[in-house]
Design a protein. Structure first.
Length: 197
């Protein structure tokens, strides 16, 4: 028994070492994005026309921005029509760090009156960026978890070609108060340039 036990320990230790793999920076970002919004929901938003940037050098987008007029581009919710106007939205990005691809996101009228991200990742390259966020929407005793994806290009201190995707990623406590899990919408700032204020 004494000769078998060390051999077993060596085998276990060796197999553990072989399975350990260091992630590249790109793989780390992709893993963080997947933890915020699973790939199947991002695929749904892409099919609705949302371009989601990847990359490890996004521009700094810290600031307070207003999206107005905020219009619907596409959605998979019954009754959705292109051009439908939503309430003007506000996005506040702060404490951005490209070391760990984090940025704080708070805003209004993306999912509910007040939106605060539970987890957020920023990716991009050059002047192109995408913020991937997870938001808890509350209505009385009911709540749902939404993915919020905001893509655009930094233009000086402003943002250009802003596109906003929202999708319900967990409706298990929604009580019928929200769009259904897997349903999403892609909106945009009809002015094309979203000003920093």
């Amino acid at each position: 028994m004494r000769t078998v036990l060390p051999a077993m320990l060596v085998t276990v230790l060796c197999s553990c070492e072989k399975s350990t793999k260091l992630l590249t920076t790109e793989e780390l970002v992709d893993s963080k994005i997947e933890n915020v919004i699973p790939a199947r929901y991002l695929d749904t938003l892409r099919k609705l026309g949302l371009h989601a940037n990847r990359g490890i050098n996004p521009p700094n987008i810290e600031g307070n921005y207003f999206i107005r007029p905020h219009l619907l581009d596409a959605g998979n919710v019954p009754g959705d029509e292109h051009g439908r106007r939503f309430a003007d939205a506000q996005a506040i990005f702060s404490t951005q760090s490209n070391k760990d691809f984090a940025v704080n996101f708070t805003g209004s009228n993306f999912v509910s009156r007040y939106d605060t991200s539970l987890a957020t990742v920023i990716a991009g390259q050059g002047n192109d960026f995408t913020v991937y966020g997870k938001v808890k929407a509350v209505n009385g005793e009911h709540y749902a978890i939404f993915g919020v994806v905001i893509s655009g290009t930094r233009l000086g201190s402003d943002l250009r070609d802003l596109r906003i995707g929202i999708i319900n990623i967990d409706d298990s406590h929604g009580g019928g108060q929200f769009i259904k899990e897997g349903q999403g919408r892609v909106g945009y700032d009809a002015d094309d340039v979203t000003h920093k204020e």
